[in-house]
Design a binder for this molecule. Structure first.
Ligand SMILES: [Mn+2]
Length: 318
C-alpha cells in the first residue's frame, strides 16, 4: 500500500483510495490543518467524496465592535462536539453517518470587502457540489456573501434570521459589509424573516418590514408566531443564526449579548417546525466568541449544529 506520512500527524494517507485529484487535495488539506472532526467521528464519515454535509469555517472577526473572539470559535465548537453524544433521542437517529466533511477555513481577513468576495466565490463553488452546506463564523458579516450566492442559486429565497439585532444598516464604520449591515442586502433582495429582534437603531426602521419581523417581546409569552412566520416563508429557506438570539444567561459568549432573549427549547421547537414544513437549503451559526473557562456555550452550539442536521435528514419531508 502506498502511504504518505504527513507532518504533525500520525495518520497515514492512502493515495490510492480516492477518486480524483480534487478530492485528494481536499483530504490532504483537511489532515494538514488538523482540525479534528466534528463529534470526533471516524474518518470514514469525514471524507469529502462521501459526506452529505460540508462544514465551512469562516473565522473572520474584523468588524466586531467589541467582544472580539469570534475567530477562536471553530476550535471551541469542535472541541465541545467531541464530547457530545451522537445519538439524537428526539429523531431516533445518528445523523453523523450521513458524513460531515470539514473544509479548509476561509482565512481572508484583509478587509470586509475582500472577505465578502472570498466567501461569495467559495459559496458559489460549494453550491455546485449539491451537498448540504453549513457555515460557522466568525462574525455576522460573513453571511452577506453566503446569502448572495444562495439567492442566485435559489430563486425566491427566504432568509430566516434569528438574532437579537436587526442588522439592517445600509453601511456602518464606512463599510456595507460590516456585521451591523449583515441583513441589509437580504432585506432588499430576499424574503427576509426576522425572529428574536430586541435591539436596533432608529435609522434601521426604514428598511424593516414589520410584517416579517417577530420582536422578542412579542414572542416570549406565546407560540402563535411560529406558524405565522412559517406561513410567510417561500419553500427554500436559508437560516442564519446569530447566537445572541438566545438569552445571554445561556449564551453569554457572543460579541454583543442582549438580555431578554429566547430559550433553548423554544428555538429548537421552532427550528424543527421550519424543517418539517419547508426545505432548508443551508445555514450558518455566527458570533460565537468563546470565553475562557466557560465551556457550556460551546456545548450549546455543537448541540444546536447537530440538531439542525438531525432535523434536515430525519424531520424534513423529501
Ligand atoms: Mn446580533
Amino acid at each position: 500500500m502506498l502511504g504518505l506520512k504527513l507532518p504533525n500527524t500520525n495518520k497515514k494517507f492512502n493515495c490510492l483510495g480516492l477518486r480524483t485529484v480534487f478530492y485528494e487535495i481536499l483530504e490532504i488539506l483537511a489532515i494538514m490543518t488538523d482540525k479534528h472532526s466534528f463529534g470526533g467521528i471516524e474518518s470514514k464519515y469525514t471524507k469529502f467524496s462521501t459526506a452529505s454535509v460540508l462544514l465551512q469555517s469562516i473565522p473572520y472577526d474584523g468588524t466586531s465592535t467589541w467582544g472580539k473572539g469570534a475567530d477562536s470559535a471553530f476550535e471551541a465548537f469542535i472541541e465541545a462536539s467531541e464530547n457530545m453524544e451522537l445519538y439524537d433521542i428526539e429523531t431516533d437517529s445518528e445523523v453523523y453517518k450521513k458524513g460531515i466533511h470539514i473544509l479548509p477555513e476561509i482565512d481572508e481577513i484583509k478587509s470586509p470587502e475582500k472577505v465578502y468576495s472570498a466567501v461569495y466565490n467559495q459559496t458559489k463553488k460549494l453550491l455546485e457540489t449539491d451537498k448540504f452546506l453549513t457555515f460557522l463564523g466568525g462574525e455576522h458579516s460573513i453571511s452577506i456573501g453566503i446569502i448572495d450566492a444562495f439567492k442566485e442559486r435559489y430563486k425566491n429565497l427566504t432568509v430566516l434570521q434569528l438574532d437579537a439585532h436587526a442588522d439592517l444598516r445600509k453601511s456602518y464604520n464606512g463599510s456595507e459589509f460590516n456585521h451591523a449591515c449583515a441583513m441589509h442586502r437580504a432585506s432588499r433582495s430576499t424574503n427576509l424573516i426576522q425572529v428574536g429582534i430586541r435591539s436596533m437603531d432608529i435609522s434601521e426602521k426604514q428598511y424593516m418590514d414589520y410584517d416579517k419581523c417577530f420582536f422578542a417581546q412579542e414572542i416570549l409569552d406565546n407560540t402563535l408566531w411560529m406558524d405565522e412566520s412559517i406561513e410567510l416563508m417561500t419553500d427554500a429557506v436559508y437560516i442564519s443564526i446569530d447566537l445572541d438570539v438566545f438569552d445571554l444567561s445561556i449564551m453569554p459568549s457572543t460579541g454583543t449579548p442582549e438580555p431578554g432573549g429566547l430559550d433553548w427549547n423554544v428555538i429548537i421547537k421552532y427550528l424543527r417546525k421550519v424543517f418539517d414544513e419547508k426545505r432548508v437549503v443551508g445555514f450558518d451559526i455566527v458570533e460565537f466568541a468563546p470565553i475562557k473557562e466557560l465551556r457550556a456555550p460551546g456545548f450549546l452550539i455543537s448541540k444546536l449544529y447537530y440538531k439542525l442536521l438531525s432535523y434536515k435528514y430525519y424531520v424534513e419531508k423529501g
